[in-house]
Design a binder for this molecule. Structure first.
Ligand code: FRU
Length: 496
């Protein structure tokens, strides 16, 4: 039975979503049908197509009582809106259906495992959110909440586990048919950790252990965990709140963390080896992955930042977009990301310029546009005298530009969107320490109407940022202090 709350949301999104013109949206990045979007949820492959849900408040372009929006796609780029899947309409989730994941059950139905939020009055008289894990099962469009929800509550917390910060379950099935899920939690002191649960049927859950603990290293509460094996390594992705920067890592406040290591299936023991940020740009949080039928591990993230996502005008009909879906791999314990290969099918006109040597500002024939896939291969024009700085400017006209610059002596890549149309004095720049040898570096820049994603050295580092530049600003130019030689391959990206 669909509740009135869900029916209202479905009616509203259908009426209001249709009023938003195609040109007001990104070309190939998913944006909210109407209203507010945050974390990706339930990223899965079900019944022959990709399903993606997300945190959603249809009635305003600011965060509100959380629903789950729902989209499907064949290629991870053309998304079709389905009716909202969950609304906060039960006793245990009346204050929000928070993040979670999805899986196909052996009988072919799709199960959503999510966090229910319900305020409870506390002994001191205050009201606080209590978070529990709940399920809903359905046919890929309509979902029925389980009558005995919640399926994981405070009784399944380890000692000192917070019942207030206990959210974002990510489920997977093991080869033996049993299920596991990881859930974000913190201690009474607010120190993040990831809990592991097991189940035979995905309904009745048992607490197993603390899979990973922050020990006060990376921020505080750990949100939105994801855990999987990739290229022989165990990978734990989390989004820690309130991070302190460490060198060139973790500059994003509420940031992202990838821990790679080993995992012993028998004892469910994860041993960390390396840590890194997942994205080094300005806008990226709460990523989630899906295992594609062809074996690829594909990640998508919320291309926004909790510190700056509340500054837009309430008149804006939608807010929040997803990153490009990215294929993951692990090399030498490091997470690599590449745009999904499906993007290549959107490539239109190809422009190539080889061995372009320059020492000042240049523009190149037919190199412009706002929906672009552009690869730059840089090297010194003079090997004895390496250039001091390279920059590419895009979304450019007399008033606007966004720049990506590289200083080989420091090996620092910087994104600067100060002139991207933002009227707010928020963070507009981010620097990242990248790998380069003698001024050689490879940059793949994916531009969409309202974003730029920079993949450095085949995805060894990625920097994502949203842009608000007028779409008429479509210039691209290059700059060198010293002598740079560059190959450029540029495609327009065309959405049918
Ligand atoms: C992360 C997060 C999650 C939570 C959701 C609420 O961005 O805070 O931990 O489930 O957003 O919308």
């Amino acid at each position: 039975m669909t509740s009135q709350t869900l029916r209202d949301a479905r009616k509203y999104e259908e009426a209001m979503g249709n009023k938003i013109k195609k040109e007001q949206r990104p070309g190939f990045h998913l944006s909210a049908r109407v209203g507010w979007m945050n974390d990706p949820n339930g990223f899965s492959f079900h019944n022959g197509e990709y399903h993606l849900f997300h945190q959603y408040y249809p009635y305003d372009s600011h965060w509100g009582s959380m629903h789950w929006a729902h989209v499907v796609s064949d290629d991870l780029l053309h998304w079709r809106y389905l009716p909202a899947a969950l609304a906060p309409d039960a006793e245990y989730d009346r204050d929000g259906c928070f993040s979670g994941s999805a899986i196909t059950l052996p009988d072919g139905r799709q199960l959503l495992l999510y966090t229910g939020v319900a305020k409870e009055s506390q002994p001191d008289g205050s009201m606080r959110d209590i978070q529990t894990q709940c399920i809903a099962v359905g046919d890929g469009t309509d979902y029925e909440k389980y009558p005995e929800n919640p399926v994981i509550d405070r009784n399944l917390l380890p000692e000192d586990g917070s019942k207030y910060d206990f959210r974002d379950p990510k489920v997977w099935q093991k080869a033996d048919g049993s299920y596991r899920c990881v859930v974000g939690n913190c201690t009474g002191e607010g120190d993040g950790r990831i809990l592991l649960y097991s189940s035979r049927d995905c309904i009745h859950w048992k607490y197993e252990k603390i899979l990973a603990a922050n020990e006060k290293r990376f921020g505080r509460m750990w949100e939105c965990p994801d855990f999987f094996m990739l290229d022989g390594k165990a990978v734990l992705l989390v989004s820690p709140q309130d991070m302190l920067p460490q060198g060139f890592e973790y500059h994003n406040g509420n940031g992202t963390l990838c821990l790679t290591g080993t995992y012993d299936e028998e004892t469910d023991t994860f041993i960390e080896e390396k840590n890194q940020a997942i994205d080094y740009g300005i806008d990226f949080y709460a990523p989630q992955t899906v295992l594609a039928p062809d074996g690829r591990r594909i990640m998508i993230g919320w291309m926004q930042n909790w510190d700056t996502c509340n500054l837009h005008s309430p008149e804006q009909p939608w807010f929040g977009q997803m990153s490009l879906p990215r294929e993951l791999s692990v090399k030498n314990g490091r997470l690599y990301q590449q745009p999904v290969r499906e993007l290549e099918a959107l490539r239109g006109e190809k422009v190539v310029h080889e061995n372009v040597t320059f020492t000042d500002v240049i523009r190149l024939d037919s190199v412009k546009g706002r929906k672009v896939d552009m690869e730059l291969l840089l090297r010194p024009g003079d090997e004895q005298n390496i250039y001091k700085k390279f920059a590419v400017r895009f979304a450019q006209d007399e008033n606007y530009h966004t720049a990506v610059s590289f200083r080989p002596y420091e090996s620092i890549l910087k994104i600067d969107r100060k002139f991207s149309g933002s009227r707010r004095a928020i963070i507009h720049q981010r620097r990242s320490l990248v790998n380069s040898g003698n001024g050689r570096i490879k940059l793949r820049i994916i531009l969409d109407s309202f974003s730029a994603e920079i993949f450095v050295n085949d995805g060894e580092h990625v920097l994502s940022a949203t842009l608000y530049t007028d779409l008429s600003a479509d210039g691209i130019s290059f700059f060198a202090d010293g002598q740079v030689t560059m190959d450029v391959v540029k495609y327009d990206l065309v959405m049918e």
